[in-house]
Design a protein. Structure first.
Length: 456
């Protein structure tokens, strides 16, 4: 059996605006696309429809911000794919606009007068994509649905909506836990493999500096331990928009492995195919969207989405005046209370990153005593490479689960690490700065499990 998993489609209806300053600021401040999501989803669904997958699962945040018009459009796309493949979904906070801030864009203005879906209406609205086919189900405190679907006599999927309340806290109530543990026990008694899916992470991937807090489910170690001790071995999640695979072992010695599926509407648009083996292990392969139609032309999805992601950083680096800098930071959700003080300090630094070569950066680091393990000859290998290009590459490597890895003795690795180790050298007792080094190492070399293809 082969199952395809995608996550975070974040469908945005083009009727909500796709031009003007307000839209451009919003679109340019996010790794995922907005107006392009419809064509991206259509292309991905066509690619999946032509594959040999036996079923498709979507891991939450199916719409941009729960806009009713986005839900209506997305459901029609689901019905189209359903003609070719069984398809099941879970929803999450973006599907009922938990922050109560839906948006449409017109010129320089942003409006919130957008009809949104309520959490208690989601189960019925998407009943044809899981709830109707469920062998058992549970309605949560906010009206969403958890359900179990039987794909075969030996394979079941536990589909969990982990939204707990309107404050974006993810987790499960006592009665929901009782239902979950009953599903796990039933699968064990029936000799079935049970695969879990939820939206939020059970464990921090890459680093706790990036994927802890609200990215993980509340009390994530306790929750992960409870799943593992109950006998659940596999969980697939979305939310972080990064591709990663990690395992967690409970204090009792039981292990659960989690595949974090990146966002379909942002780089690298992953489609994760999971094969259920005869011994009930899983072999996963991360495929990617190849192309989609945009503005009347076929575009290379990987190049387009990589540029869209990198432009988040690039637009900040291109700022040459305080006003543009303030607007870009505000669009990213960064509030600057003293930009008149911060900007003069950052301006030369930003300009240098935008224009300097990697060799220029090396010479500066060498002068400061931070590049002692790099020779002039090694630095010359990157004399024609812009520093910002290397910044973009590191960012993309974080998102795509290290499609390209670097050995620890490579010049590339040493140059990047020379930068990431500076904070820890300046403040040696800071634990976050030490964690920053581990994060950089992970981005460049990958984790203990291959994020692209492995058997778990």
């Amino acid at each position: 059996m082969k199952i395809s998993f995608i996550a975070d489609t974040h469908h945005y209806s083009q009727t909500l605006g796709m031009s003007g300053q307000a839209y451009e600021l919003r679109s340019g401040s996010d790794q995922k696309c907005l107006a392009e999501t419809g064509p991206i989803i259509d292309a991905a669904f066509s690619q999946i429809a032509e594959s040999d997958s036996d079923a498709v699962f979507i891991l939450g945040d199916v719409t941009n911000d729960g806009e009713m018009v986005s839900h209506l459009e997305f459901r029609e796309k689901l019905y189209t794919l359903q003609k070719e493949k069984p398809i099941y979904i879970i929803t999450s906070t973006h599907d009922w606009c938990c922050d109560k801030n839906p948006r449409r864009f017109e010129g320089v203005n942003t409006y919130s007068d957008v009809e949104v879906m309520k959490s208690e209406d989601l189960a019925d609205f998407y009943k044809d994509f899981g709830p109707r086919q469920a062998s058992d189900s549970f309605i949560t405190a906010i009206g969403t649905v958890c359900y179990t679907v039987e794909l075969s006599k030996k394979v079941r999927v536990l589909c969990l909506n982990d939204d707990k309340n309107e404050n974006d806290h993810a987790g499960y109530t006592k009665d929901c836990w009782e239902w979950i543990e009953k599903q796990i026990e039933n699968a064990k008694n029936d000799g079935c493999l049970l695969i879990g899916i939820e939206h939020h992470l059970l464990m921090p991937h890459a680093s706790r500096l990036l994927t802890k807090g609200s990215v993980c489910i509340s009390d994530h170690e306790l929750v992960a331990s409870r799943f593992a001790d109950a006998g659940l071995k596999y969980m697939l999640v979305g939310h972080s928009h990064m591709q990663a695979t990690d395992s967690f072992t409970s204090p009792a010695g039981n292990t659960i492995t989690e595949i974090n599926v990146g966002s379909l509407c942002g780089y690298p648009a992953p489609i994760v195919d999971v094969v259920v083996n005869e011994d009930l292990t899983l072999t996963y392969t991360v495929n990617h969207l190849i192309e989609f139609s945009w503005e009347g032309q076929k575009v290379d999805a990987q190049k387009y989405l990589a540029k869209h992601a990198c432009d988040i950083i690039g637009r900040i680096l291109e700022c040459r005046n305080e006003s543009d800098f303030e607007k870009r930071c505000a669009a990213l959700g960064i509030k600057l209370s003293h930009s008149n003080i911060i900007w003069p300090l950052l301006k030369p630094f930003i300009k240098k990153i935008d224009t300097a070569s990697c060799k220029d950066a090396y010479l500066l680091l060498k002068h400061m005593g931070f590049a002692r393990n790099i020779s002039d000859a090694e630095a010359d290998l990157y004399k024609d490479k812009l520093l910002k290009e290397m910044v973009f590459e590191v960012f993309l490597n974080l998102l795509d689960g290290q499609q390209k890895t670097y050995s620890r003795d490579s010049v590339y690795y040493k140059m990047v690490m020379a930068v990431f180790t500076i904070p820890s050298k300046l403040k040696k007792k800071n634990e976050d700065f030490k964690e920053l080094i581990s994060l950089a190492d992970y981005i460049l070399t990958g984790g203990s499990i291959n994020n692209q293809h492995d058997t778990i």
